[in-house]
Design a protein around this ligand. Structure first.
Ligand SMILES: Cc1ncc(COP(=O)(O)O)c(C=O)c1O
Length: 265
């Protein structure tokens, strides 16, 4: 962004005085990129730092200042900047080629490492961004379960695609972010953080949805409407209570519970 911040803060004044090179670069960038940055997390007022090089835990800006880097490449640089073994491996590979447009043994070695480090992973799919990863995870979950509703926590960032935008930095009522279709936003339930009761209400809603949609629906409705005060009704209420208390109970376990209590399977 162009530097339009008006403030008499001595901290901002000192920052501007120390970083004329970053100010000049950000002025150019403001004519090239939306908000003047290439990643939203780099949006800083009056402007962000422009970095020329980094090594280990430090990085240097265009004005020659050295900083301890707590950002760590958005968390990706566990080994710091330019670790000699990483540099050597990248150099070795770049001489052999970088994009074969075909399968290669290195991807197998890397996937085996991922599975060693994440023992719950049964298969590995590489993606270019977290946005793609969550988008595919959501699609896979919907395909597998046949359910469309998604519960997300407000303020949590899981990428920029249509299923993840509302409720990250705004639209906490679940209404669509501009450009997102209402039908997509409507499948999203936004939960408060640290609110097990609220989460339990959602799980009860999901339960009702499942009853409406699935094999229990017909006889559940007959049972409840036909016999108020019956065992059936109290079991129904008991199950709702359980789902509220447990809140972690999945639709599958609720179905199992009904199957066990009603049809003895
Ligand atoms: C949990 C989670 N999901 C998704 C993303 C989005 O990743 P990307 O910016 O690579 O699309 C992030 C990024 O910080 C993340 O932390």
């Amino acid at each position: 962004m162009p530097d339009t911040l008006t403030t008499n803060s001595p901290i901002i004044a000192a920052y501007r005085a120390a970083t004329p090179g970053s100010a000049a670069a950000s002025e150019k960038a403001s004519r090239l990129f939306p908000s003047g940055v290439t990643h939203d997390s780099r949006y800083i007022e009056p402007y962000g730092l422009y970095i020329t090089r980094a090594r280990g835990p430090r990085k240097w800006d265009v004005d020659g200042h050295c900083y301890v880097d707590y950002f760590g490449g958005h968390g990706a640089l566990l080994l710091g900047h330019c670790h000699p073994r990483v540099v050597e491996a990248v150099q070795r590979q770049i001489e052999r080629g970088t994009h074969f447009g075909a399968s290669h043994e290195t991807e197998i070695a890397w996937a085996e490492w991922v599975m060693r480090l994440v023992p719950s992973a049964e298969r590995v799919r590489f993606t270019s961004s977290g946005t793609e990863a969550t988008m595919m995870a959501v699609r896979l979950a919907r395909a597998f379960t046949g359910k469309s509703k998604l519960i997300r926590f407000k303020h949590h960032f899981h990428g920029w695609h249509d299923h993840m935008t509302s409720g990250y930095a705004s639209h906490f009522d679940g209404s669509p972010t501009p450009g997102v279709l209402p039908g997509v936003a409507g499948e999203l339930l936004l939960a408060e953080q640290n609110d097990p009761e609220g989460l339990a209400r959602y799980s009860a809603q999901c339960l009702e949805h499942i009853w409406r949609a699935q094999e229990f629906s017909g006889w559940m409705v007959r049972l409840l409407h036909g016999a108020p005060g019956s065992d059936g009704e109290s079991l129904f209420q008991d199950s709702l209570r359980r789902s509220r208390l447990a809140s972690l109970g999945t639709s599958r376990s609720c179905q199992d519970w009904f199957a066990e209590h009603y049809v003895g399977v």
